[in-house]
Write a protein that binds this ligand. Structure first.
Ligand code: KIV
Ligand code: NA
Length: 255
């Protein structure tokens, strides 16, 4: 799985044969310029899920439930999840949390909405977690993570993202669950992997985490292209005749 937030990126991810596209609330960080995922709204998510699904012909699209969109009431949670399918065109939704969200997961699943879970480092709780750090390193928090994974599986999630947990704990959870685990900073032991496209493409530099392997450094190529354009405009090398339109000389003489 990879993230995408707009039409061109979704087309590229889909064409590369990636199984699933996550329209993550990470777009708060990597495309909207916020310092966290907390400012992202339902309307933001619907807008971007729509753009993504217009570019996808094959991959499963997962719409991320943003901060506070699945906490106020069961009804509002189901309605919000439903918007990502009905208005956005996604096939599934994803939400963060363990036993405390089991009830809303159940309500969504009962409404025909497939739900993906998300445990470990859950960025919407960054203010409780005290920063973006590895989760489940001590016995109590590791045990809690296992219990949460079992609780949301029981509630009906079809898969769960494990973010920033030790590899050995990710292995244990993967073994204990019947549903597939999708890791990000959780080692090679998960059933699948996910990365934020802008991180792995080198399009976003600010505080990218250790687990975000750089498969490309596109920001360098983009900067080079922008500078070349500026220089060619200043020197009048661009636009050349091949980028410009001609006109009949006879008409021109009459003007
Ligand atoms: O928003 C996101 O991109 C995510 C992934 C990191 C799993 O939730
Ligand atoms: Na997210």
């Amino acid at each position: 799985m990879l993230t995408a937030y707009d039409f061109p990126m979704a087309k590229l991810v889909d064409a590369a044969g990636i199984d699933a596209i996550l329209v993550g609330d990470s777009m708060g960080n990597v495309v909207l310029g916020y310092g966290s995922t907390i400012p992202v709204t339902m309307d933001d998510m619907v807008h971007h899920v729509k753009a993504v699904t217009r570019g996808v012909s094959r991959a499963m699209v997962v719409g991320d439930m943003p901060f506070l969109s699945y906490h106020l009431s069961r009804e509002e949670s189901v309605r919000n999840a439903g918007r990502l399918l009905q208005e956005g065109g996604a096939q599934t939704v994803k939400l963060e949390g363990g036993a405390e969200v089991a009830d809303v997961i159940r309500a969504m699943v009962n409404a025909g909405i497939p739900v993906m879970g998300h445990l470990g480092l859950t960025p919407q709780s960054v203010n409780q977690l005290g920063g973006y750090k590895v989760q489940g390193k001590d016995e109590a928090t590791a045990r809690k993570l296992i219990e949460d994974a079992l609780a949301i599986q029981e509630a009906g999630v079809f898969s769960v993202v494990l973010e920033c947990v030790p590899t050995a704990l990710a292995r244990l959870i993967t073994e204990k669950l019947d549903i597939p685990t999708i890791g990000i900073g959780a080692g090679p032991v998960c059933d699948g992997q996910v990365l934020v496209a802008h991180d792995m493409l080198g399009l976003y530099g600010e505080g990218s985490p250790k687990f975000a392997k750089r498969y490309a450094q596109l920001s360098d190529q983009i900067t080079d292209a922008f500078k070349a354009y500026r220089q060619e405009v200043e020197s009048r090398a661009f636009p050349g005749p091949e980028h410009s339109f001609g006109m009949d000389e006879e008409i021109l003489e009459k003007l």
